[in-house]
Design a binder for this molecule. Structure first.
Ligand SMILES: *Cc1c(COP(=O)(O)O)cnc(C)c1O
Ligand code: SF4
Length: 440
């Protein structure tokens, strides 16, 4: 190993990198570092995207994006911060473009077995927006908006505004719904741990974030809480300039610490290019306040599925005191078949990543078992056939006795496997064979 590779994670992009985008040429640092400027100038429709990128990308690319948006399950929302980090000279292969800006030419037909809400979150929700799947923890979705929209969102059934493809389940900010969720949590003594996600906790007003946090801290049964936000990865400016929000978060964390309850932040970096000197300053700010941050990535083909990229990502995160917690094998959601990869790719990557750095800074590679089996270690399948791309998992703590199937993308299978998937009869045979083999 050469020295350069060992130290690359210590380099953080500095300077006015945004000024290379013509539309941001005159944007001063004080504006770029202001979250209000970032929010106001976020690109939220195709016209604004084309206006911002005029002269930067070709007409053909823009037409490709326009067609991509018509087929996307997510509406578009990208911060100037992220737009500035994309290499627009080669947009097709840029790992940030791939995550936030759809192009039709790269889309692939959906796998026949996938669907919206592949994790069955709504079926496990005793109250709309509160998924209680595991014995002692639950997932609370107080709102349905985010600072950006990711093409691959697992919650495309609810998050963001309607698209041509999807009419969303309404999970907007609704105090009555919140109260029902609080009531359920309070009367369910086994619950100790609440994930507050969304949408995105970044979009909660400071007083709402504090109210949710303090309400949960006030419940005797609740011991742990995590605020989930992609914010640090896509708009770190907020942590540096929205004092009201960061102070509210700090008050909840401090109040929890005094009564020996754990309040942390979970974030969502996927690629080292999302990490700059601004991110580092933001993470330093949280660290100084004693706020623990963990990271959950989504494994995506062409984004972070190479050993070098994943190693660099986790070393950069660790350097900023962000603990890499999970890397999720991509859920079986609609419209992003180009982004999924195989279970065997995830297994291989895991082997190469473990040992890169401290064990507590090494993520667990997990499959969230389709149909509501919960998160499983990717290596723990009962059966896996690389030819058909079918893996079978069991989940004794969540649904004992049941099997859950994950499907590799068809276009990454060999010829024989692809041929079999073209026939509905063969599909049934392959699935039955896999379930039989797993049961043996
Ligand atoms: C991911 C998830 C949790 C939290 O799981 P951890 O493995 O503890 O991070 C809780 N509830 C639901 C429904 C989830 O999807
Ligand atoms: S930030 Fe999270 S919830 Fe929001 S669109 Fe992205 S993946 Fe979905």
């Amino acid at each position: 190993m050469n020295n350069r590779n060992l130290l690359a994670h210590r380099e953080f992009l500095e300077g006015p990198f945004w000024q290379k985008i013509p539309a941001y040429r005159d944007v001063r640092e004080s504006d770029f570092l202001d979250y209000r400027w970032q929010a106001k100038n976020s690109v939220t429709n195709s016209e604004k995207l084309f206006a911002t990128l005029k002269g930067v990308v070709s007409e053909a690319f823009i037409a490709d994006v326009r067609d991509g948006l018509l087929r996307s399950t997510m509406s578009i929302r990208v911060s100037p911060y992220i737009l500035s980090l994309i290499n627009w000279d080669a947009p097709y292969d840029d790992p940030l473009r791939i995550q936030f800006v759809p192009v039709k030419s790269r889309m692939r037909p959906d796998h026949p077995k996938l669907g919206l809400d592949s994790l069955n979150e709504q079926a496990d929700a005793p109250v709309p927006g509160l998924t209680h799947r595991y014995p002692d923890k639950a997932l609370f979705l107080p709102l349905n908006t985010c600072p950006v929209y990711c093409r691959f969102c697992t919650r495309s059934y609810a998050v963001g505004i309607d698209t041509e493809e999807v009419e969303k389940v309404p999970l907007g900010l609704d105090e009555e719904r919140w109260q029902k969720a609080f009531d359920y949590i309070a009367r369910t003594p086994a619950l100790e741990d609440i994930v507050i996600s969304g949408g995105d906790a970044f979009n909660l007003r400071a007083r709402d974030l504090e109210r949710i946090g303090m309400t949960l801290l006030g419940m005797e049964n609740i011991r742990r809480m995590r605020f989930a936000t992609k914010g640090p990865a896509v708009m770190p400016q907020k942590i540096l300039s929205d004092t009201e929000w960061v102070d509210a978060l700090t008050r909840v964390v401090d109040a929890g610490r005094k009564i020996h309850k754990d309040v942390v932040v979970h974030t969502h970096f996927n690629h080292p290019n999302e990490i700059t000197a601004i991110s580092r300053a933001a993470m330093d700010r949280l660290f100084e306040r004693g706020i623990v941050v963990r990271n959950q990535s989504v494994l995506q083909r062409g984004v972070n599925d190479s050993v070098d990229t994943m190693q660099l990502l986790i070393k950069k995160l660790a350097f900023m005191n962000v603990h890499p917690y999970y890397v999720y094998v991509h859920d079986l959601v609609r419209g992003v078949e180009d982004l999924r990869t195989t279970v065997s790719a995830a297994v291989r990557l895991e082997k190469h990543v473990r040992g890169t750095t401290g064990g507590f800074n090494t993520p667990i590679f997990a499959v969230d078992a389709p149909g509501g089996g919960g998160k499983r270690d990717v290596h723990s399948y009962e059966f896996y056939d690389r030819a058909t791309g079918i893996s079978v998992y069991s989940s004794p703590t969540v649904r004992p006795g049941r099997h859950f199937i994950y499907f590799d993308p068809i276009h990454l299978l060999g010829d024989e496997g692809q041929k079999r998937w073209a026939s509905p009869d063969e599909q049934r045979i392959m699935i039955a064979d896999a379930l039989n083999a797993a049961a043996r």
